[in-house]
Ligand binder design. Structure first.
Ligand code: NI
Length: 178
């Protein structure tokens, strides 16, 4: 498996609307494997294809990872191809989110408490799930990536400006350490 490069804010690919996948074949499965591997190595709970420079409607998620001494371990990996939210609950929840494309930052985001999602899986089988709790939040965050939306687009301008200032500082510190 190949570890892929994660593109970070403000790379323009993160603002693009991703294209639908036409065929689920071995080439695509190889890419899905690489995405999952990259997500685990970067210690993320989800990863969308645009984050690794591929503007396609593909997401991998593992919302059930249990941390061991080495970091993260495989819980329940999910592969979502051409995912679509077909129903959202009226009930909303607020949770703290982070993103591999916005390193070292977190912010509270409001999301629907439950969502029903239609997608194709690793084997090209059509599926539908009702997600709640943490998984519902992760799904909404990752699917946003496919429409060029980052979680920082869903917080107030004041909070976003503060967060982007902290991100700038974080990157300056990184540059000094090198
Ligand atoms: Ni993200």
């Amino acid at each position: 498996m190949t570890k892929l490069k994660v593109y970070e804010y403000p790379h323009p690919i993160l603002k693009q609307k991703a294209q639908r996948v036409e065929k689920i074949d071995d080439d695509l499965r190889k890419f899905l494997d690489d995405m999952l591997e990259t997500m685990y190595e970067e210690v993320g709970v989800g990863l969308a294809a645009p984050q690794v420079g591929v503007s396609k409607r593909i997401v991998v998620i593992d919302a059930e990872q249990e941390k061991d001494e080495q970091g993260n371990k495989r819980g329940n990996p999910m592969y979502l191809v051409n995912p679509e939210i077909i129903w959202r609950s009226d009930e909303m929840v607020c949770g703290e989110e982070g993103c591999l494309s916005v390193p070292d930052q977190r912010a509270e985001v409001e999301r629907n408490a439950k969502v029903r999602v239609h997608y194709w899986d690793y084997d090209g089988v059509e599926r539908e799930i009702l997600a709640d709790d943490f998984l519902a939040i992760v799904i909404q965050h990752e699917l946003d990536h496919l429409d060029g939306i980052l979680y920082i687009d869903r917080i107030s301008r004041l909070k976003r400006n503060m967060l982007l200032k902290k991100l700038k500082k974080y990157r300056e510190n990184l540059a000094h350490e090198e």
